[in-house]
Design a protein around this ligand. Structure first.
Ligand code: HPA
Length: 235
């Protein structure tokens, strides 16, 4: 059964899906880390693959950038493809002064300036959080693999180019990093009774005007990938 955005049949996706923003990164991950990867989606070039890692079925599906895009893909995976857990693997801008370039962040929760939660008509403010099971598994696995991680709040922004320049205000609340997808992912998981976690490597620290090179991003990415895959196979 295909959906408007995913052409696969039920069963084409593993119960656990890794979601990078960039579809070409999904292709790279599938071809580099998975055994027998099969391409399960090409619609709009938003590539998705299913294979195995250490004998366990794992899928990798591009999410695109921003809340509307990951909102669509994560909803369809949870709702129509019986996917149980999604681990976003992305980049974030470091906000808190303790966060350095190439750090790996586990997004315990996600603040947002998006109106995504309005659809639920809640009589208050919803707090999007990661699945505790995924977060604990990832934190324990990071310790075992000796991958240092920082765990805390993310700020999920609708704007990459933000006229209001609000990052210093989020820094006052010790929010660790800014990215653009976690809040929708966490809310879709909550609404569907499923599990999600966002793991990010810090690609830039906008407040300090620090940026990584493509090569440095690859190094941080390798630790994050190992952590995500080793977490995924324990779920
Ligand atoms: N802003 C928003 N999203 C990001 C950033 C940023 O500075 N860096 C990586 N993802």
């Amino acid at each position: 059964m295909s959906t408007p955005h995913l052409q696969g049949k039920k069963g084409d996706y593993a119960p656990v899906v890794l979601m990078p923003g960039d579809p070409l990164r999904a292709k790279f991950i599938a071809e580099t880390y998975l055994d027998q990867p099969v391409c399960v989606n090409e619609i709009r070039g938003m590539l998705g693959y299913t294979g195995t890692y250490q004998g366990v079925p794992v899928s990798v599906q591009g999410s695109g950038m921003g809340i509307p895009s990951i909102g669509i893909y994560s909803y369809e995976l949870f709702h129509f493809f019986n996917v149980k857990s999604i681990i976003r693997i992305g980049t974030a801008g470091g906000i808190d002064p303790a966060v350095k370039l190439r750090d790996v962040i586990l997004g315990q929760a996600s603040c947002t300036n998006s109106n995504f939660a309005a659809q639920y008509h809640l009589p208050g403010t919803y707090a999007p959080i990661a699945s505790f099971r995924l977060l604990k598994t990832a934190a324990d696995t990071a310790q075992k693999l000796e991958i240092p991680v920082k765990t805390g709040n993310l700020f999920c922004s609708d704007m990459f180019y933000d006229d209001a320049n609000s990052l210093e205000l989020w820094a006052k609340m010790h929010v660790l990093g800014i990215e653009m997808e976690s809040a929708a992912l966490y809310m879709n998981a909550a609404r569907e009774g499923k599990e999600a976690l966002c793991i990010c490597t810090v690609s830039d620290c906008p407040l300090r005007h620090e940026f990584t090179s493509a090569e440095e991003r690859q190094t941080g990415f390798t630790s994050m990938m190992r952590l995500a895959l080793e977490t995924a196979v324990q779920l």
